[in-house]
Ligand binder design. Structure first.
Ligand code: C5P
Length: 223
């Protein structure tokens, strides 16, 4: 039987990763934040060739990219992102990298490249993955699928607070505009758009603490 796998999908900054991380700690799963893969491709692209007007230039660079993922070795079971030997898990967090991640994610060859990287873990280990297409494309047979949502204003506020509130490099409105633009791009792309899997369970956790959301998911795990 395949190991336990949990898919959490939803739009940018809806709290997917915080939920997945807390869940992984509580019940002992690996956690792969799949946005980190697209962000790693974007970072590689920005450092090697871009930004340029033509994101398809990434296709020329893909053969040179040495992207891998490895557990960080701590009890938290987070999976880190590497370009060659360099751990880029922290460097990929910037808003610029996030925007370019959303752009490179529209390119089919990039998604095809990243597919086996994501599936490999689920074949061998208990895992929770968060992203946009986990329940629909990456793990269509996941043991449990959650589709998370929260209004754009709530998500923007969370992201703004994460980035330091008044000290954030962007205003709350700019962050909300960027999130909405990213949602448009993620929903409109022809390949693996952000979609709710037909067998996913909906969760709007805007009024729940992370612990409450984790309890909610655990109650729905297959017995
Ligand atoms: O989740 P995060 O904001 O880090 O993801 C960055 C970008 O990567 C998203 O805007 C989305 O376009 C893309 N992505 C994706 N499929 C996933 C995860 C992320 O297309 N499974």
């Amino acid at each position: 039987m395949a190991p336990l796998s949990i898919a959490i999908d939803g739009p940018a900054a809806c709290g997917k990763s915080s939920l997945a991380k807390a869940l992984a700690r509580r019940i002992g799963l690996y956690h792969l934040e799949t946005g980190g893969l697209y962000r790693s491709v974007a970072l590689f692209f920005l450092e090697r060739g871009g930004p340029t007007d033509d994101p398809h230039r990434i296709l020329d660079l893909l053969p040179e990219m040495d992207l891998s993922i490895r557990p960080d070795g701590s009890s938290s079971r987070e999976i880190h992102f590497f370009l060659g030997d360099r751990d880029v898990t922290v460097d990929i967090r910037s808003e610029t990298v996030g925007k370019w991640a959303s752009t490179v994610a529209t390119i089919p060859a990039v998604r095809t490249y990243l597919l086996p990287v994501q599936r490999h873990f689920a074949e061998n280990d208990r895992i929770v993955m968060d992203g946009r297409d986990i329940g629909t494309v990456i793990l269509p047979d996941a043991s449990l699928k959650i589709f998370l949502s929260a209004p754009a204003a709530t998500r923007a506020l969370r992201r703004w607070l994460q980035l330091g509130g008044e000290n954030a490099p962007q205003s709350l409105q700019e962050i909300q505009d960027d999130l909405e633009e990213r949602d448009r791009q993620d929903l409109a792309r022809s390949i693996a758009p952000l979609t709710r899997a037909s067998d996913a369970i909906d969760l709007d956790n805007s009024r729940m603490t992370i612990d409450e959301s984790v309890d909610w998911v655990i109650e729905r795990l297959p017995k």
